[in-house]
Design a protein around this ligand. Structure first.
Ligand code: NI
Length: 164
């Protein structure tokens, strides 16, 4: 196992659109393991492959208190969503910046697990937020992109100070 380097804004590689995973081979399994280790160490509750410079449709997350419920989503796709919630989000690629983002309250996501089995998961609350946030990364979107231009500018200004 090894920890991976996490890309941070304004790195333009975070804007890359991830490709579907055709074959879940040993390299993919190792990457998922390393991403979980990296996420737990950060610490964070979700990490997309995009953030560790692998542009494939793979995310890991764990929103449990005990940090013992890892989820690996391969080729995830939100197939249903409902309601609205506002949650203060942060991101390992945008260190030290938090902002309220409006997202669906409930989502149904279909994906393949690490064994390639097709799964469907219904999520609400924090897990739904986390899924939407991580799936955005696979499309090259970070949570700041959901803010107004003014709020985004303020956040980026603060980020440049944080990173200075
Ligand atoms: Ni993020």
């Amino acid at each position: 196992m090894s920890q991976l380097n996490i890309l941070t804004l304004p790195d333009s590689r975070l804007k890359t659109v991830a490709q579907p995973i055709i074959e879940i081979n040993d390299d993919i399994k190792q990457l998922a393991t390393d991403m979980l280790e990296t996420m737990y160490a950060a610490p964070g509750i979700g990490l997309a492959a995009t953030q560790v410079d692998h542009h494939i449709q793979l995310v890991v997350l764990d929103v449990s208190e005990e940090k013992n419920r890892p989820l690996v989503l391969i080729n995830p796709e939100i197939i249903e969503q409902a309601g609205l919630q506002t949650h203060e989000e942060g991101c390992l690629s945008v260190p030290g910046i938090y902002a309220k983002v409006k997202r669906a309250d409930q989502v149904v996501v279909k994906y393949q697990d690490i064994d390639g089995t097709h799964q469907e998961l219904t999520a609400d609350g924090l897990l739904a937020v986390c899924i939407q946030h991580e799936l955005d990364h696979l499309k090259g979107i970070v949570f700041l992109d959901h803010l107004s231009i003014l709020k985004r500018k303020l956040a980026l200004k603060k980020l440049s100070k944080e990173l200075a």
